[in-house]
Design a protein around this ligand. Sequence first.
Ligand SMILES: Nc1ncnc2c1ncn2[C@@H]1O[C@H](COP(=O)(O)OP(=O)(O)OP(=O)(O)O)[C@@H](O)[C@H]1O
Ligand SMILES: [Mg+2]
Length: 274
Amino acid sequence: MGIIEVRNLTFKYANSDKPSLYNINLSIDKGEFLLITGPTGCGKTTLCKCLNGLIPNSYNGDFNGEVIIDGLSTKEHPVHEIAQHVGLVFQDPENELFCTSVEKEIAFGPENLGLSREEIRRRVEEAMAMVGISHLRERSPYELSGGEQQKVAIAALLAMKPKILVLDEPTSNLDPFSAYSILNLLFNLKKEYEMTIILIEHRLDMVAKIVDRCVIMNEGRIIAIGPPEEVLYSDIVESIGIGIPKIVKLVKTLGLSSRPLSSNVLADILKVKK
Ligand SMILES: Nc1ncnc2c1ncn2[C@@H]1O[C@H](COP(=O)(O)OP(=O)(O)OP(=O)(O)O)[C@@H](O)[C@H]1O
Ligand SMILES: [Mg+2]
């Protein structure tokens, strides 16, 4: 059994006339780095809300099927309990930050768990170190750059010690350099701490080579799932008009049979061919 099990999940918002998710089945292993992508309105954010229990607990609608997070069914456990297993990062970190310093921001969650002062201190230090923002500890979150704010939001979640992070387009308001820095951080969290990472992302050029598996959604359904070489090179991805990685376009134009996802690998293939 995966750390996340989504079984026959269909969800329709109360004020909507058709479901936003249709019969989703997904099993995610512990330590997996999963990319979810698809055109706007296909249901990615709705699926994220199902993965941390906001749906069905805080939204009205018709919820069918089951979502099990680390053994807990989201139908039977409240959001605050699920939140100890899954941290959800949104597009715009500014809306999530409200304390006067980075340290206080990160301590806020653990303080609400009623932990001892030492344990809180330890968690704050560890979370800042994991994300590489210890030098920002006394700064006000409001005066930080978008990329730094996103790191503070991630550290605040890590201080709750979740095993799973779900990130809904965390880089969409960031410049390419900051985006790269966040994606690299996620890769390290997976590699060094065996965290399970579910990333909603449009920057396929940057993520294709770091994820284990890709899910492509369209109109509330999963239309492709598998390793990135398989999914991103499939015709189905091209047919729904999402921005496929430049390298995939180039390799298809060159008519190569291999499926590299990084320019280094492509360069090696071309060298051998010469
Ligand atoms: N609170 C809501 N009430 C009713 N319908 C909603 C609600 N939130 C989303 N929807 C609808 O559900 C569908 C999926 O929306 P969702 O936000 O999950 O898509 P998305 O893939 O995240 O899109 P984007 O790429 O633009 O972020 C859309 O048709 C949307 O209009
Ligand atoms: Mg969305």
